[in-house]
Design a protein around this ligand. Sequence first.
Ligand SMILES: *Cc1c(COP(=O)(O)O)cnc(C)c1O
Length: 386
Amino acid sequence: MSNQENNLRLGTTYIHAGAEPDPSTGAIMTPIYQTSTYVQQAPGVNKGFEYARSQNPTRKALEEAYAQIEQAKYGLAFSSGVAATDAVIKLLEPGDEVIAANDMYGGTYRLFTKIFAKFGIKFIYVDTTDATNISKAVTAKTKLIWIETPTNPLMNITDISAVAEISKKANAILCVDNTFASPYLQNPLTLGADIVMHSATKYLGGHSDLIQGCLMMNDTDLREQLYFIQKSSGAVPGPMDCFLVLRGIKTLHVRMQRHCENGEKVAHFLRNHPKVKRVYWCGFEDHHNYSIAKKQMRGFGGMMSFTLQDDSVENAKRVLSSTKVFSLAESLGGVESLINHPASMTHASIPREERIKNGLTDSLIRLSVGIEDVEDLIEDLNQAIG
Ligand SMILES: *Cc1c(COP(=O)(O)O)cnc(C)c1O
């Protein structure tokens, strides 16, 4: 069933995306095709499946679902979010330039600076919250613009439509890491982006039980190039993980509604707490780019960061170790609430001077607000802050 043809609403799309009854039995749920190869009738005569690095029916169903949830023509699944990012950079050649956000997921920064820079790809980091910084950095060699919005962990917002205009003029590909918003809150392709990337490990899987990434796109040529990279580099997910993401997507809208409700309540609780100094959440009307967030997002989600009035690292670490409902862990987007210290955990791979320059201080605390009863979350934070 294609949502583009049927004009289905978001929740209906998520429940039915990629789900066709299994042709061999009619099973309503896509089976886990745990196989590496497929028997051929004669050399080269097969049912479109030859070897599971290239094609797997469970993955195929998920890739169809990925396309539908981002209102895209095509979806591709990868063994992790960074493997999906890795595939996008492999579209480039030595000498090509990438303009990237100066405030993004630490693992993306590490992949760019530690793996790809040595192959002669040049990365230029700018503050993308002001799109004119991107147009100033464009040269004849700019081939890719990489943005993340909202950003991890400072919840900065970049205007996707404005950047899409710049990328079109520059003849460059615009890729948006849409992990934090999820497709429920934001669809970058509809705003002019060329590729959407997700860490499906987070909201799409939604239950902190797998690692996976994906890319969605409309351009057939781009899809062919990225499919070629997917099968040639080989970072494909296994069928069990594909099944779990298919299952996770079915409840994306219900989970996101609760993440948004709980997120709003926790953000306001923190902001009104006398021992909290600053809360970074893109749903506050005085947020730096609130008008853009409101324009391009359907809600503001459950991700936020904050600092304490006593801004010492020791005090932040005391709070980080004192929560009982929030678990101290990396990652985000699962049903359970997590608390994290970006400076020593998720963002430790960014050099300290770089981090501090971009506002990511040693005392910053990040929350992934889950879908528990929000009173328990607020009581937990209240006792931990003390
Ligand atoms: C987690 C994350 C990634 C990397 O994804 P993995 O699945 O961990 O490889 C990329 N971008 C953002 C915003 C993330 O949160």
